[in-house]
Design a protein around this ligand. Sequence first.
Ligand SMILES: [Zn+2]
Ligand SMILES: [Zn+2]
Length: 150
Amino acid sequence: MEGLNIRNCVRCKKIFAPVGKEKICPECRAKDIEIEERVKAYVRDHRGITVNQLIEGTGVPAKIIWRMIQQGLFENSGLLDAQYPCGNCGKLISKDVYCSECASKLKENAQKFAAAMTSKRKRAAEKKTQSSGKTFSDSMYDEINSSRNR
Ligand SMILES: [Zn+2]
Ligand SMILES: [Zn+2]
């Protein structure tokens, strides 16, 4: 039997029934939309303002403004310097979550990690075959071989 699809809103912790994969309840979502509309209207009324002026003027937390920039909500809106800090080093960027340096560094780290995992797995597999696969006759053969080379 399928249980009732309910979850706690990550914002206000209230229980709600999500229609899709929403993490926040309809009330918090409505608040978000209201803030977004207010911010967008502010930019419309103050074309040519900067991000800092927008944050100051609306009193909306910078994090929300940055998320909206990242989502591309200010394209052709008249907002100047539509940038936000890189999620890793804080450098101002205008697309993606990380700046290009951090993105390539993180990618490199991920590849290194994957490579380390692969070699670790390989080593474990080799160890297994060595300990279980090497028989007495194998080592005898090795010995004969090495004495022959002498
Ligand atoms: Zn909520
Ligand atoms: Zn960065």
